[in-house]
Design a protein around this ligand. Sequence first.
Ligand SMILES: Nc1ncnc2c1ncn2[C@@H]1O[C@H](COP(=O)(O)OP(=O)(O)OP(=O)(O)O)[C@@H](O)[C@H]1O
Ligand SMILES: [Mg+2]
Length: 271
Amino acid sequence: MINIHRIGLTFTIVYYKIRYCINVIIQEQPSGGMRENMGKLIEIKDMSKIYNPGENEVKALDHVNLRIDTGEYVTIIGHSGSGKSTLMNMLGCLDVPTSGRYFLCGADVSEMTDDELSDIRNLEIGFIFQGFNLIQSLTAVENVELPLIYRGIGKRERHRLAVESLEKVGLSHRMDHKPSQMSGGQQQRVAIARAIAAAPPVILADEPTGNLDSSSTEEIIGILRSLHEDGRTVIIITHDNDIAEKADRVICIKDGKIVDDYMNADRQKEG
Ligand SMILES: Nc1ncnc2c1ncn2[C@@H]1O[C@H](COP(=O)(O)OP(=O)(O)OP(=O)(O)O)[C@@H](O)[C@H]1O
Ligand SMILES: [Mg+2]
């Protein structure tokens, strides 16, 4: 009995500590050039990920050290197979490393329970996947409403949030269309609306413009930039130099290692 109470109490304390920490820091709305004053959101220490340990093993992440602060606008760039999605899965608590530590807002992710991790994924992080991951049989508004169910939000409020979110990405005229009735860029905007509907403080986007033409790419990047300007931490994974050039900070990954990490503004001054 006592144990159940202690576990419940520990869970509640850790959970509220993380939420409080993220919420307090996000209200500071940091802007470029203020990194030194911002809160530490993500800290990865000596992280490695080995798939299929043994003869055919693949070292997808190789002793990675990384810090990302609240309110940053970061791109992680690298060639195909360099370890970008593996890193995103770690950042989003979707997978566990083979070795190393991951601290989210100061809390050690490896010590969190499955419920705590699932709360972080549902409440704190908005995921945007390259393949859109929309449900084909549902309309745009139903797709955006879906994850809000897991947050326990009532039907009316879900609908209100989904409509508001689709309006933000310029899709108020496509609410009742199914994915097959929309262009790639529009589907990606639905995926963004779904990621931001519940206003998560962190946006993780894996190749959000991977299959889009240049004008849709610009639109999507514009939306992600405005989410950052609203105070969110935006992390974009890409292999596109043009996208990296427009971010505040660029982290380059090669063969599972971080080989460069710079602020675009500093590079422009130097160059
Ligand atoms: N589940 C898995 N099992 C075995 N190897 C894997 C697995 N997932 C990824 N890999 C390997 O790990 C390495 C990194 O993969 P990852 O998907 O992180 O690359 P990426 O940078 O996202 O590539 P892309 O730009 O093509 O999406 C690759 O060599 C890949 O083949
Ligand atoms: Mg990938």
